[in-house]
Design a protein around this ligand. Sequence first.
Ligand code: NAD
Length: 366
Amino acid sequence: MKIGILKEIEKNEKRVSISPKIAKQLIEKGFEVVVEDDAGSSSKYKNSDYEEVGVQVEKRGAVYKECDILVKINPFDEDGLKLIDDHHILICQLFHKSNPEIVKQIAEKGATVFSMDALPRISRAQDMDVLSSQSNLAGYKAVIKGAYEMTKIFPLMMTAAGTITPSRVLIYGVGVAGLQAIATAKRLGAVVEATDIRLETKEQAESLGAKFITVDPNGEASENGYAKAASEDYARRQKEAVNNSLFKADLVITTAMVPGRKSPILITEEQVKQMKNGAVIIDLAAAQGGNCELSKMNKTVIKNGVKIIGTTISPESVSTNASDLYGKNMFNFINYLTENNEFKWNLEDQITDETLIVKDGVIRKT
Ligand code: NAD
């Protein structure tokens, strides 16, 4: 089977779904691999890097025409959808619940699509989990961005000119991004505090050197390891428990999300008013509505001297690593679904079942 790596065309997107190193591994498995002209250039991968490992470089139309499996990061765009037909197997992050129109168009073409974001968060799927591999980088980069935006440094510094006290960093949400944010802020020398609705994250946060702020010692509900929406009572008690740290923080990173829902508002305008002048909030949940009431996606809002930056923090900003990890997830996924380079179509299997959104024009998941 021939795999086609398509160029991402979204504004600000700098990643490519399969890097040359991973393409080489696919070729070693017996696949033929074609890459769209210039697909890797924003991730610092040149056409010649692909050619060196045996990948053929083609114009867009030829990739669609020649390949059986088409891989992307973002959902297929209007122009791309026009080029697909019933022999294509597409793999991307489709976000099918938010993109019913794209799902419908793929089905109308009689094609098949797997969605990487629909992967079950189970142990054996960990090495294919694009949400984790990209969130991890986002957690790292959020701290670096915060450090850049702050007017203070992170570590304690004793100098002849005086002592600099360490910055205080507060992290809401100790999932994949939050844990990496804790580790990065600690490495830079900050005093780090963190909170999460799932009590099981206390030990993980503490093992990385953060002080965990417990809201409810019995733990608020979690479901299959994921957060459930917090009750009003929990939200009120969370404010009581965290406000003291919030008002002292120099950098706040919010990552709190609840699958399938708008992200919870954890910091209101009223709370922002009581924060330190010069504090920075990096809201990684901005695309899902934001954890701060004042966040605006891809914008910096300044309120009472507090800088609120709404972003997904794009793994795009570390596009080389993000592409490498995304590609490795993709390799593991393709490898898992195929045998002797043919799809197994084991619909009884949870990973196959949950990611297979459309098969041969039939919509399986809405
Ligand atoms: P996420 O992005 O959905 O949410 C981030 C964090 O926000 C979570 O820890 C969540 O508990 C927290 N949160 C939600 N509402 C909150 C609130 N009101 N107040 C405070 N915190 C709130 O989470 P994620 O990073 O995708 O990971 C969630 C869990 O899934 C973790 O336990 C992770 O280890 C696990 N996971 C498993 C796999 C796998 O096994 N394949 C892969 C990835 C993640």
